[in-house]
Ligand binder design. Structure first.
Ligand code: SF4
Length: 408
């Protein structure tokens, strides 16, 4: 096992935990985005036994445990391997980090072959032992259509179900293909990118997609569809007798995951999906969980807020951004999104939000309609100054009172 101090761009995993202010953190990537209630309870138990009992749902649909030590991180990895929740080597585990639509195979309006596409892609990536050299945080997504709008999964390569079949998009280009060809096409594309040794990712440098297709000898690509910044709300009943539960900003206690797992066992089919939007989907469950702390109303403003661990667990932070995010929630106008970040790295939400606040030693910087690494239009703001700014915010994307963020 490799243990690594906090490094910008580093993506911690189960076998490659990362040091933070509250101890080491490690991630569990449920295979194919799905785990049984029994496995979820094992994760909850392990968080309490090996870590500090706090669990975060990451923007990639992973479960992140905090407060480990190098020794307990090793024990945690052993437990997760025994639970069937990981590959047994770090390289394979990293390659299989897919970002998946949580309703694949559940939603009757989604592509019926989506589960086959996902399984084939997972197997192809597991077998792609020579696939090395991709940029840190490189990720592949599978969108299967139906209830979850196309474009909500942001990734370097996106396999997306369309009206006529599938497409594989990378950067600014896309190629139509059959479902049976998605895995091969995606892995070939990933190899082409890796061979180019890019310093950036197609998500940040869309021209890399065109270059990768060209390297494969593919010229008949089309323009890749644009992404949608809004995330779907998965609170309450979902298509296919699924039940969505969403979690508040910040980590949850291991006991909450245990409670959700018990509900899943009693009222569902004993399986759940971890969604990339701080949500858990319970399969075959028609009874909304009556559990404290879950966000079950679609208009709850906390569904539109992102916050990282802040001073509760990260040495880079200067403020308890989770507490500040909760304090600002009642002020948030309908439809407005808010990202409260402990620093410019913006771990909780790499995409733009209507309001992005970045903590600094002298107060918050304000990045309207931007990301945490944009240049703030105002700095040194206290929470007292921010409350009225948030209350009066308009969702107009070109609000003349707020500068357009710099694109990095
Ligand atoms: S964004 Fe938050 S969690 Fe990430 S490095 Fe900065 S303070 Fe730490």
């Amino acid at each position: 096992m490799t243990t690594t101090p906090a490094i910008r761009g580093w993506c911690p995993g189960l076998h490659t935990p990362m040091e933070a202010a509250d101890g080491w953190l490690a991630r569990v990537r449920p295979p194919l985005g799905r785990l049984s209630a029994a496995q979820a309870r094992q994760v909850a138990r392990a968080a309490a036994t090996h870590g500090n009992g706090l669990i975060e749902l990451t923007s990639r649909g992973n479960l992140q445990l905090r407060g480990l030590t190098p020794d307990s991180a090793r024990a945690f990895a052993r437990d997760m391997l025994a639970a069937g929740l990981a590959s047994n080597d770090a390289a394979t585990e990293a390659r299989r980090g897919l970002l998946l639509s949580p309703l694949a195979g559940i939603d009757p309006d989604a592509a019926p072959d989506a589960p086959d596409v996902i399984r084939a892609l997972d197997a192809a990536l597991a077998a792609a032992g020579t696939l090395r050299g991709l940029p840190a945080k490189f990720v592949i997504a599978v969108e299967c259509g139906g209830h979850i709008p196309a474009g909500t999964l942001r990734a370097d390569i996106v396999a997306r179900a369309t009206d006529t079949g599938w497409m594989v998009a990378c950067g600014d280009r896309a190629l139509a293909c059959a479902g049976a060809d998605v895995a091969r096409m995606t892995v070939t594309l990933a190899h082409a990118l890796a061979a180019m040794k890019p310093a950036s990712r197609p998500l940040r440098d869309p021209a890399l997609g065109r270059a990768a297709f060209a390297r494969m000898g593919v010229v008949d690509t089309t323009a890749a569809p644009s992404a949608r910044p809004d995330r779907p709300v998965l609170a309450g009943p979902l298509p296919g007798h699924a039940m969505g539960v969403m979690l508040p900003p910040g980590p949850i206690a291991a006991g909450m995951l245990d409670d959700i797992a018990q509900w899943c066992d009693r009222h569902g089919n004993g399986h759940m999906r971890i969604a990339p939007w701080r949500a858990i989907v319970l399969e075959q469950c028609d009874t909304p969980p009556a559990l404290p702390g879950l966000l079950m109303q679609a208009d709850d403003p906390r569904l539109r807020i992102w916050a990282c661990i802040g001073t509760q667990g990260c040495a880079c932070a200067t403020r308890d951004v989770i507490a500040d995010a909760h304090a600002l929630a009642p002020d948030l106008p309908p439809g407005v999104s808010l990202h409260v970040s402990g620093c410019a790295k913006g771990c909780a939400h790499p995409a733009p939000a209507d309001i992005t606040l970045v903590a600094g030693p002298d107060g918050y910087g304000l990045c309207p309609h931007g990301r945490a690494d944009n240049t703030p239009v105002d700095i040194g703001l206290s929470l007292a100054q921010i409350h009225p700014i948030v209350r009066g915010w308009s969702r107009r994307p070109t609000d003349p009172t707020h500068a357009t963020p710099r694109e990095n």
